[in-house]
Design a protein around this ligand. Structure first.
Ligand code: MN
Length: 487
């Protein structure tokens, strides 16, 4: 990790923050520096450097001054003799409240999957109160990961896994793509070292030829857009984050020929209509691959992500993905919820939509917190691809995307799962492997004489609960047929 002094941080801050803001930030730096005086980190550098890095990570998201200040002060009450009341006195209640939030969060320790539910709940309650606290926590965690080499192996692994299981799914849900990618890559190395090396080798082997093709393609696109009079803000190549690549690698059963976006061309256009115009121009130059054109502008992802995606047979027969979006969409993709606090766009303004969204999420977490089995099965995927369906009495049931009536039945009760014979959705009978959709009203018909689940159901169930019940039943019955041996 490169060292960082306040003078260096200041050079970065000066690009975004005003002189009067810098005065306040410097005051916080001096306060933290004094409080942490003489303290060293396990990595052998002074403690204040960790605070400076945290502030730098936040400044890169262009977050407002109070967040930068809280970032500098974040470890003061926890790790020094200076109390929270002193921060409140010097910097006011708002900043003190944020620092208090981080201090509370730092008491969360990963103690395996059984503690996971509780951890998650605390994170979300803290977040619902103030998302800025979570952002500071992420910035803090990123630097901790970047200095993990100084810690013993078991601690490295624990912190890395905790990051991938708790932090980054939340970053994803908040749409903070850039920070999520950085956190994941920093953790990946320690969580799955062998896989990390493997992915690094694959990327290094495949990148150069793709980069070469991409360079030629960017030139062609620029000249064609100019010719057609379509204005753009920027066109550049982006390389996929390692962990994100690893996830796709697993998804496509380690067949890298299926992964088209190791490198991608990004076009930041001036308007939505320019995005579609650019897409047309690209398809005019290179042949698009069928089924890979995705209009996330018309249909944004659940976390707000918007872009047009296509993959084309590009130069030198390389398949290249192209992502087209406006500047606003780009900022949403990189900064997500943080984009709404963007420093230059005025203070701490958040849209009602965002606040509503956070409240919904917090309510949801509180609701499912009582159902450990559901959470356990969901684990990493917890915030993605969920569907909400109804019981005939109107209770909301939350299931993973692709779940079937059998998953629903087991979710209600294991006995209903074991004895289910028919499913009726919105008054129509459907097959038991039917994929449920958001808003479906589901009625399960059971047969009390039924002996148990059909092992064939294992081919389509999506939840761990269902799988476990079916497997347990299958194994139990199978054992009955094992001949008993006598000596
Ligand atoms: Mn810290």
């Amino acid at each position: 990790m490169t060292s960082l002094t306040y003078r260096q941080l200041k050079t970065i801050l000066e690009k975004t923050y005003s002189k009067s803001d810098l005065v306040l930030i410097e005051k916080a730096y001096k306060f933290a520096d004094k409080a942490h005086e003489g303290q060293m980190r396990a990595s052998g550098v002074t403690y204040i450097e960790h605070c400076l890095h945290t502030a730098k990570n936040l400044a890169e998201l262009k977050l407002p001054t109070p967040i930068i200040i809280a970032g500098l002060l974040h470890d003061v009450p926890e790790d020094t003799q200076t109390p929270l009341s002193a921060i409140k006195k010097e910097f006011g209640a708002e900043i003190a409240k944020m620092v208090e939030g981080i201090t509370k969060l730092s008491n969360i320790k990963y103690r395996g999957i059984d503690r996971y539910v509780e951890n998650l709940r605390k994170m979300f309650i803290a977040m619902a109160q103030d998302i800025r606290v979570i952002l500071i926590k992420f910035a803090d965690r990123l630097h901790n990961l970047q200095t993990l080499y100084a810690l013993p192996a078991d601690k490295q692994k624990r912190i890395a896994l905790e990051t991938l299981e708790i932090y980054t799914p939340i970053a994803n849900r908040l749409g903070i793509g850039e920070l999520q990618g950085r956190l994941e890559d920093a953790a990946f190395k320690y969580a799955y070292p062998d896989e990390y090396i493997k992915i690094e080798q694959i990327i290094k082997k495949n990148l150069p030829q793709k980069q070469k093709a991409l360079e030629i393609m960017i030139k062609k696109v620029k000249s064609q857009l100019d010719k057609e009079g379509i204005k753009y803000y920027n066109i550049y190549g982006r390389t996929k984050h390692y962990y994100s690549f690893y996830r796709k690698y697993l998804k496509y059963n380690k067949d890298i020929s299926q992964i088209y976006d190791l490198i991608a061309m990004r076009i930041i256009a001036n308007s939505v209509s320019d995005c579609y115009a650019a897409l047309g121009i690209i398809h005019n130059i290179w042949k698009p691959i069928a089924g890979r054109i995705k209009d996330h502008i018309a249909q944004p992802k659940p976390n707000g992500y918007q872009s047009l995606h296509t993959a084309v047979f590009g130069e030198n027969k390389e398949i290249i993905e192209i992502q087209i979006r406006t500047k606003e969409m780009h900022e949403q993709a990189e900064f997500g919820i943080a984009a709404h606090w963007n420093y230059k766009e005025s203070g701490n303004k958040t849209t009602d939509k965002n606040i509503q969204w956070v409240n919904d999420l917090a309510t949801w977490i509180k609701k499912i917190k009582d159902n450990d089995a559901l959470l356990e099965g969901a684990k990493i995927d917890i915030f993605q691809n969920r569907i909400f369906v109804f019981t005939p009495r109107g209770d909301v049931i939350d299931l993973p995307d692709g779940a079937t009536p059998v998953d629903f039945a087991y979710h209600i009760h294991s006995d209903i799962g074991n004895k289910c014979t028919q499913a009726i959705i919105n008054n129509q009978q459907v097959a038991l492997d039917h994929k449920l959709k958001n808003g479906d009203i589901i009625q399960i018909v059971t047969d009390k004489n039924r002996k148990g689940p059909n092992p064939e159901w294992l081919k389509f169930v999506k939840t761990r609960t269902a799988r476990q019940h079916i497997e347990t039943f299958k194994n139990k019955n199978w054992k009955k047929f094992i001949p008993k041996f006598t000596k």
